[in-house]
Design a binder for this molecule. Structure first.
Ligand SMILES: Nc1ncnc2c1ncn2[C@@H]1O[C@H](COP(=O)(O)OP(=O)(O)OP(=O)(O)O)[C@@H](O)[C@H]1O
Length: 330
């Protein structure tokens, strides 16, 4: 049985089409990522999977259950952590986990779960007094309290510092080790590359591609680049590497050389340089990243523009992505 099956999912809000025929199959035990810009339809998709939003059309099954019709049964096997979970601010960590535990017929031992998410020393601290990272850890604990077989985590590390983010990633890795299926919505390429077995790219409500993170990079066909400096000070003869079978393009700027191509590019270029007696320094191989692949596959910068073309939505990763892509495609 598949863990999650989505077929031809559609949802509109008034005239706005949020999800437009999305299909996904998530295998049991997979960590499956949903990646896309602001407004791409990620949350609407996972809300439909969680039974929180009724689709206009299409089929959704989670462990064979219809999330809308079988909501009560689904609740016993599915854990959900959504963006901006509203929790009772005056309750402590322990009180909240204990309260949520009562919603399930069977589930985790409250103190064990609090320890597993690293909140033992904060068990008697009220929710409103927790830091952002601690609140996130608590919301994950609440998603896990019923020992779910499938967990949905939506933007679970947004706004957290690198250390808090790593703590939360370790929790997801433990879930994977325990065979729990995880559906992870994220903007963060590093998070997706580290945690996800496969990723679905959404763009304006449509599925652009589904693959492993490295498969997406390969699919984008962006190749690799070898960069080095010529030590001798003499001008570099680009003809030394231009005609090698794996080389597509050579750029020379002063003593800096950049060779773009595929296959065993580093080996081929290094051998040619040694044969020609050229001493190269600072040699490095650069591969396209998931950022680059996203950009190439969707034609837009991920974190710099939202799905409506609003250029305000995002941090500083967008321009970096765009620059890299220009380099690659030049
Ligand atoms: N309740 C709603 N009413 C009207 N429009 C909505 C509603 N929820 C979402 N939308 C719109 O539907 C589209 C998809 O939104 P959704 O939240 O699913 O995208 P997302 O990929 O999760 O975005 P983000 O990364 O910003 O969370 C967006 O254009 C959004 O403005």
């Amino acid at each position: 049985m598949t863990a999650i099956h989505v077929h031809e999912l559609r949802k509109r809000y008034g005239p706005r089409v949020a999800v437009d025929g999305v299909g996904l199959t998530v295998r049991p035990g997979e960590v499956f990522g949903i990646l896309g810009r602001n407004g791409a339809g990620k949350t609407t998709t996972v809300e439909a999977i969680a039974g929180l939003r009724r689709p206009d059309a299409g089929t959704v099954r989670v462990l064979g259950l219809d999330p809308w019709r079988d909501r009560l049964r689904l609740r016993q096997v599915l854990g959900v952590q959504l963006q901006d979970t509203q929790l009772h601010h005056a309750l402590t960590v322990h009180e909240l986990v204990r309260l949520y535990r009562t919603f399930y017929a069977s589930g985790a031992v409250v103190s064990d779960l609090i320890e597993a998410v690293g909140l033992s020393t904060h068990r008697d601290v009220r929710f409103e007094r927790l830091s952002g990272g601690q609140q996130q850890r608590l919301s994950i604990a609440l998603a896990l309290v019923g020992r779910p077989r499938v967990v949905i985590l939506d933007e679970l590390t947004s706004g957290l510092d690198p250390e808090a983010r790593r703590h939360i990633w370790a929790i997801v890795e433990d879930l994977r080790d325990d065979g729990v299926t995880v559906l992870l919505v994220s903007h963060l390429m590093e998070e997706v590359e580290r945690l996800c077995d496969r990723v679905a790219l959404l763009e304006r409500g449509r599925l652009v591609a589904t693959d492993t993170p490295s498969g997406l990079v390969e699919r984008a066909g962006l190749g690799q680049r070898v960069r080095f400096r010529v030590a001798s000070g003499a001008p570099f003869d680009a003809g030394l590497v231009r005609d090698l079978p794996q080389v597509e393009q050579v750029e020379v700027r002063g003593d800096e050389v950049s060779v773009h191509g595929g296959g065993d590019l580093l080996g081929e270029v290094s051998t040619a340089l040694v044969r020609a007696g050229v001493v190269a320094t600072e040699t490095r191989l650069e591969r396209a990243t998931l950022d680059d692949a996203f950009l190439a596959l969707t034609g837009s910068a991920l974190e710099n523009t939202d799905a409506d073309g609003d250029p305000d939505a995002g941090g500083d990763a967008g321009p970096r992505v765009a620059r890299h892509n220009q380099e690659v495609s030049r």
